[in-house]
Design a binder for this molecule. Structure first.
Ligand code: C2E
Ligand code: MG
Ligand code: MG
Ligand code: MG
Length: 277
């Protein structure tokens, strides 16, 4: 927004800054209350094997149907604010518990896909007791570790303690996927030292495929690198049949995107899992 250059410019600026701060505080309080009142929901989006067409996992995605405004608040609003305020710890725990609880429900219904995938943010991954917490949740839900996949972004992988934590999780049998792969800054050589099982190509690289030469080069490089490192590779944000054909021809293992299914609320993903057996 353009600043007025008149005598009241400062006043304008400080008013809008003041209202930004109070908006932030109001949202933070609303989020804190939403955790206490159990207002969050998980939606689930399926991931498909390109060869067999079967669902290999469903990814849990956070939603907040805000009762006071009726609006559906998306993770892009929720997660950064919770990371900053520390609320990510209770919220992240809620997500893990809920996703594993739902998965164990699907097992009892005999509709469970091979895995449920949960996003873990950088700050949440730093928590010292994460491994123990996850172990307890798996035990409580009678899940095998291999049925849980954690999606970590490249920004998580920078520190020595994160590396140790990843080895501890992988040691339990938990699958680790690198989310939004390709947009981080880190060199690729770190990958061979980490217990990673899957690379998820960020959906920004699917844009304009196959006409966009730069994106094409990146997607092909990631697929061939994944192959030589013996990692699974998934393309996210697949929206049309042209992208699907292209990915299949290049040997991409898995796909996820609106072409196959949007993220669905619990009842709808259960209906989908029921059909797709
Ligand atoms: P992500 O993990 O990369 O998840 C994929 C995002 O892309 C989701 O957005 C999904 O709805 C969207 N998407 C999937 N297919 C398509 C498609 O074909 N086209 C387009 N345009 N978009 C597609 P969503 O649900 O808004 O989540 C955004 C991000 O927020 C996630 O990106 C993830 O980084 C984060 N997030 C979501 N839930 C959680 C959570 O429980 N914990 C943490 N820490 N982060 C979360
Ligand atoms: Mg993800
Ligand atoms: Mg992703
Ligand atoms: Mg992404």
């Amino acid at each position: 927004k353009k600043q007025h250059s008149g005598g009241n410019a400062y006043q304008h600026y400080s008013e809008s800054l003041g209202s930004q701060i109070s908006d932030t505080l109001a949202l933070e309080n609303a989020l804190r209350r939403a955790i206490e009142e159990d207002e969050f929901e998980l939606y689930y989006q399926p991931q498909y094997d390109m060869g067999t067409g079967r669902i290999v996992a469903v990814e849990a995605l956070l939603r907040w149907p805000r009762p006071d405004t009726g609006e559906m608040v998306m993770p892009a609003t929720i997660i950064p604010m919770c990371e900053e305020s520390g609320l990510i710890t209770p919220l992240g725990l809620w997500v893990l518990r809920r996703a594993c609880r739902d998965y164990s429900r699907w097992q009892r219904q005999r509709i469970a896909p091979p895995r449920v995938a949960v996003n873990i943010s950088a700050r949440q991954f730093q928590a010292q007791d994460l491994v123990e917490t996850i172990r307890e949740i798996l035990q409580a839900q009678q899940m095998r570790a291999a049925q849980l996949e954690l999606e970590l972004t490249e920004s998580v992988l920078q520190t020595q303690s994160a590396t140790e934590q990843m080895h501890a999780l992988a040691g339990l049998g938990i699958q680790i996927a690198i989310d939004d792969f390709g947009i981080g800054y880190s060199s690729l050589s770190y990958l061979k030292h980490l217990p990673v099982s899957k690379l998820k190509i960020d959906r920004s690289f699917l844009r304009g495929i196959p006409e966009d030469e730069d994106n094409k080069a990146i997607v092909e490089a990631v697929i061939s690198m994944a192959r030589s490192l013996k990692l699974q590779v998934l393309a996210e944000g697949v929206e049309n049949a042209t992208q699907r054909r292209y990915l299949r021809a290049r040997g991409c293992d898995q796909v996820q995107g609106y072409l196959y299914s949007r993220p669905l609320p619990l009842a709808d993903i259960e209906a989908l899992l029921q059909q797709s057996d």
